[in-house]
Design a protein around this ligand. Structure first.
Ligand code: ACO
Length: 401
């Protein structure tokens, strides 16, 4: 395709494609997704291999820079991130201003936006060094903001964890460290969180990623674009689904565990209820990430000795949906968020933090997509519309209306 020639075309035929179901907004070399066959690859590597063999930081490097890192590249990346993880003390004052009840997604998007004021050099990215510095800064500071959003909610003093730990281990340490008592790091939990973050790391032009790209296409800075992406992710039809799934499973449990009743509600077109965690815009086959997560959920719950009736309800719903013609005909399979909340819950992460954990995983994908958009010198995103309003009308003075 001659992309440059396409860019010059304006004033042509306007296609109407609500929800952009069949509209490509860009070319991209980052993530390959075949929804019919359930295939997902980052930079050519299958999601199954990456979840099994790589760690989150390697995958972040792969997404952002295009190749798996050598050992020394990975070590440098990690140490640059650690060196840049400090968050300006004044950001704590902003956090202090939020009520304890504030939703952590709102806190995270606000603080990510606030970082712009404390790191003004991240706005004007003119060369590779500027880009690299902006990337390692946000990769360092973002997990701190995530952990602080949780600690604010739980009334714990803010903490930077332990620099000697791995990236993912330290996220857990920062989130759960008690005063004078380190969090007891369980390798099974670290491994499961690592996998979850990898599975969420990118998913081509979904709602939040498209938001990051379109905001960035106006040449707004990286952190401003990321903050917008966090807000897009928050909605229950997108990343907010993981919180919505768990709340739905809890509601079914409280209501006596009758999954059939909720299946019927989901199929009733008069009822706005949807089976959260089912269906996907692109996957019309099993979400490959859901398979990996389901296995991880069994491992974590088994290792921690957690017997969660919610998991049984989830498995029951999945079994019924896979045998129900409404779901089969519409190709509605469990998506990545159907099981992730069960793992987060077993790890002791409160339900309001689930979408924040998704954002933590999606960060390298957003960065990679933003970087690609800028490097490809993409034009400002500006969709057209089909106008359906009034024709020209004569203005009437207030007294005549
Ligand atoms: N429960 C019941 N019916 C559903 C569901 C569901 N979860 N999802 C889709 N349907 C039905 C629709 O009612 C529609 O039926 P119809 O053809 O009889 O009108 C048909 O399936 C197609 O659904 P659309 O909404 O047109 O599909 P779309 O691609 O626009 O939406 C979406 C995809 C938003 C994911 C949808 O399936 C949904 O709302 N799922 C529940 C929320 C969820 O889990 N979101 C997370 C997605 S994954 C992610 O973002 C990480």
């Amino acid at each position: 395709i001659d992309i440059k020639a396409l860019r010059g075309v304006t004033g042509g035929l306007v296609t109407l494609d609500p929800g952009y179901k069949n509209t490509g907004s860009c070319t991209s070399a980052i993530t390959f997704l075949n929804g019919e066959e359930g295939i997902l690859r980052y930079r050519g590597y299958s999601i199954e291999d990456l979840a099994d063999k790589a760690d989150f930081l390697e995958v972040a490097y792969l997404l952002i820079f295009g190749e798996l890192p050598t050992e020394s590249q990975l070590n440098k990346f990690h140490s640059d991130i650690k060196e840049n993880s400090h968050v300006d003390e004044d950001v704590k004052k902003i956090l202090d201003g939020f009520p304890k009840s504030a939703h952590p997604m709102g806190v995270l998007s606000s603080l990510t936006s606030a970082l712009i004021a404390f790191n003004p050099s991240s706005v004007n990215i003119e060369n590779e060094d500027d880009m690299y510095n902006a990337i390692v800064k946000i990769m360092g500071k973002f997990p701190v903001l995530v952990a602080w959003a949780l600690r604010k909610r739980t009334g714990q003093p803010l903490d930077y964890g332990d620099d000697n730990l791995g990236y993912v281990e330290n996220i857990l340490q920062m989130m759960f460290k008690k005063t004078n008592k380190n969090y007891d790091i369980n390798p099974v939990v670290v491994n499961a969180l690592d996998k979850l973050l990898i599975l969420h790391a990118d998913h081509e032009q979904n709602c939040s990623t498209s938001t990051v790209r379109i905001v960035g296409s106006s040449h707004a800075g990286l952190y401003a674009s990321l903050s917008a992406g966090i807000n897009a992710l928050w909605g229950p039809l997108h990343g907010g689904a993981n919180q919505a799934v768990l709340e739905m499973l809890e509601a079914i449990k409280e209501d006596g565990g009758d999954t059939k009743k909720y299946m019927a509600k989901a199929k009733d077109k008069e009822d706005p209820f949807r089976l959260m965690g089912f269906g996907h815009r692109v996957y019309k086959n099993f979400d490959p990430r859901a398979r990996i997560i389901k296995k991880a959920a069994d491992e974590v719950l088994g290792d921690l000795g957690v017997e969660d009736p919610i998991l049984d309800i989830a498995k029951g719903l999945e079994k019924e949906a896979l045998e129900d013609s409404y779901f089969v005909d519409r190709k509605l399979y469990p998506n990545v968020d159907f099981y992730s909340g069960i793992i987060y819950r077993a790890m002791g992460i409160p339900v309001e933090m689930f979408t924040v954990m998704f954002a933590l995983g999606r960060l390298p994908g957003w960065i990679a997509q933003w970087k690609e958009m800028r490097e490809n010198k993409e034009p400002i995103g500006r969709p057209r519309q089909i106008y359906t309003g009034e024709n020209h009308r004569a203005f009437k003075e207030v007294s005549e209306r």
